[in-house]
Design a binder for this molecule. Sequence first.
Ligand code: HMG
Ligand code: MG
Length: 302
Amino acid sequence: MNLPSLVRLIDVGPRDGLQNEKQPVPADIKIELVHRLQAAGLKEIEVTSYVSPKWVPQMADNHAVMSGVQRQSGIRYSVLTPNLKGYEAAVLDKPDEIVVFGAASEAFSQKNINCSMAESIERFAPVVEAALSAGIAVRGAMSCTVGCPYEGDIEPDRVAYLAGLMKDIGVQRVDVADTIGVGTPLKVQRAIEATLQHYDVNHISGHFHDTYGQALSNTLAALQMGIWNFQSSVAGLGGCPYAKGATGNVATEDVVFMLQGMGIDTGIDLDALVDAGQFISAHLGRAPNSRVATAMLNKRKA
Ligand code: HMG
Ligand code: MG
């Protein structure tokens, strides 16, 4: 076993978590969520996305949210940019990192960003070039690396192909995403192995949705390969509008509890994180979708 001694978590709650909410969440609530996440010790936060408001209305307030956040030094604030139009809007808000997002499935690429895998790379290339020359870091999200809602199982060679395309255009690090949460540990390890053909272990992160309850197991499977960067979502918020039925990312609270129990450092204050999750869940009118948060909140009441 090759377990890392520290793990860096990117909380994607404000973006992946909220993008699928039907009722508009006011910008000041999103800003408060970001503030609470940074106070809890998150060093990376995915704040919003610069996508078409017709496609994802919930992210239409990207500028208000990004400009309203009182930033702290040492924290990386990232945003999604699918094309140059998105990048040009995003750059005015000075993100530390932009994220281009492709898929290891042709069908999902079409549904999510309205173009083929190859066309998506053509769109990303000038975005990546512009960001790198402006000193902005670049991450690439790779959706559907184990399964696709339209194509079913995805073979690892599709993942290797996408990772290679991302590498060719200068994307610095990539997320191996299980968009619909159908992955199980060995499948996720195969997707990571495929990505390792093009990126080293320090430049690969795990992004596991928890639809079938496998995300913590998949996180452990990735940790055993030495992966030490993960995306997770406070209170288990989320889902992708173009992956029907898929639920949120693994809850950040659950990952932090597991890592703490394994003696792996995250720098996160679990109590403050549970408070952040409770804050946003209360706004949404439901309980946090995290076993750890539920257990800790019950314990506080007792
Ligand atoms: P398109 O319709 O092919 O683009 O959409 P277009 O260039 O033909 O433009 C059509 C209209 O959109 C035009 O407006 C453009 O100005 C506008 P109109 O003339 O009709 O008024 N437009 C934009 N507006 C704002 N920002 C932009 C932008 N680009 C064009 N950047 C596009 C292509 C990618 C824009 C569209 O498909 C889109 O916005 N898709 C949304 C995708 C999305 O946000 N999905 C969820 C995030 S990905 C995810 O959750 C997965 C992840 O978590 C990993 C995982 O779990 O797998 C990352
Ligand atoms: Mg996602």
